[in-house]
Write a protein that binds this ligand. Sequence first.
Ligand SMILES: [Zn+2]
Length: 316
Amino acid sequence: MPLFKSPEDLMQEANDRLLRGDFVAAQRAFMSAAEGFAKRGQSGPGGPGQFAQAYAVLMGLSTTNPVAQDYQRVVESLTALGPAALKLGPRTVPAQEVRHEAELAREEQDILASAPGTPEAHQQVGARLQALSLAYRQLGNQVLVLPELFRRGAVPASSKAPVLAALAEEELGEAEVSRNPKRAAEHNQNARNWWLQVGESSRAEAASQRVQRYGRAVKCWFCGREVAGEGINFRPLSSDVVGFPVASEPSALPDRDDSRSVVFACRPCASSVERLADERAKAATKEIEERVNRMLTQMRARAGIAAQWIPPTLPP
Ligand SMILES: [Zn+2]
């Protein structure tokens, strides 16, 4: 065995490690090979050093949870390889095909790491998820290179589409919920269908509940405005409504639900009622506190008088 391995030997060693699934050792060998090629001045565009470097960067995705930046590094190093092919374990794949897959994975990680807080941000995230779902769908049943390479199973590209579509619909629903609850309900109906398609019954059920809440329209008991979106634009308020005669001009929309003993209040009416109740409750609490304090003061005073009549210690 030679003392110094040539970069070609190191490439061979790296490939052996790769085939055995030892990705950390493979990455180390690819990096050493890249250094060897660089010493020979072979790391320019199209040179073997550039390939060794790209393979080393790719091995970085073997960690359990690669983030967007990890994929970004792969995208950059594979873009530099142009139309060349990569030998990845048993498969030979065009470098640009792997690059495209890394771009999609980068986008997915980037979206999942975001935390949209405004309707506009939800809208944007929803649109990105839709585009990503479509991109995977367009790849059809082609088995994704990266999960297979890192032994995470044979994943057909199109199998990633429904979950992304479901998430997209939920985001678009969140974007619409305050301005158009009925539209938000439609998006959640779509999300429910996607979740059912992939067998995620609990997520389908959650979406279904949002459909019911957002889609429900009522007439405010107090002001008569017609509003949609339970929990957003109207709230049920507990009331002694059972047995009370129904309105003489019945509306197509309900203003009460006798089975739950509630009347429906639009957001402004509900908030007025709740604030008034809150103020009353605070005033009542203050009054009770004052009364208790007065009683305590009186009791202490009486206890003080009584203490004067009792000797502190009994004589032996
Ligand atoms: Zn109202």
